[in-house]
Ligand binder design. Sequence first.
Ligand SMILES: CC(C)(COP(=O)(O)OP(=O)(O)OC[C@H]1O[C@@H](n2cnc3c(N)ncnc32)[C@H](O)[C@@H]1OP(=O)(O)O)[C@@H](O)C(=O)NCCC(=O)NCCS
Length: 157
Amino acid sequence: MSSWQLGTINQADELEPILAIEQRSFRWPWGRLSFEGELSCQNACNYIVKSCANGTGEQVVAYAFFRLAADELHLLKIAVSPAWRGHGIATRLLERCFTIRAKQGATSVHLEVRPSNTAAIELYLKLGFEVIGRRHKYYADTKEDAVLMMKNLKEEL
Ligand SMILES: CC(C)(COP(=O)(O)OP(=O)(O)OC[C@H]1O[C@@H](n2cnc3c(N)ncnc32)[C@H](O)[C@@H]1OP(=O)(O)O)[C@@H](O)C(=O)NCCC(=O)NCCS
């Protein structure tokens, strides 16, 4: 990606591009109410990537939503617009989020992922996450287990 910038979303009327990416990224996507709930939650933090490429103007191409509990960051959602995948955007987005949050005191990041989501698991392993467990039938929709992963953020400082 030639030029990109990290930002945040604060207003519900900024959610349209995120909802569009969400619909194309997940079989069971979050609806508007779930995202609005994150915007109004005190412990939530969200990041978006905006691209300014080929003179097409700014567009949201990726997002990541987290919750912070004490010094633990929990990754709830990450998605990259299908046309923009495979260019290192998720890697750079997460690395930037981890550096920012580590500087503000977060010491670890945790997440759950479907075992069938090999792209996401490969991404997390490449970023230094370790598998720390499994939650049986965690996903209500498919009864799939969740793989639990964790990364120490101390080395991000
Ligand atoms: C998972 C996802 C966020 C990756 O975004 P991305 O910007 O394409 O990822 P990157 O380009 O930074 O890739 C980093 C690494 O992830 C892994 N990876 C990414 N896509 C992959 C794929 N389709 N298959 C296997 N590994 C993949 C590779 O290890 C890659 O490193 P490499 O390029 O050196 O091989 C993106 O595919 C996506 O939005 N998927 C749908 C939403 C989703 O499943 N989110 C995760 C929920 S837990």
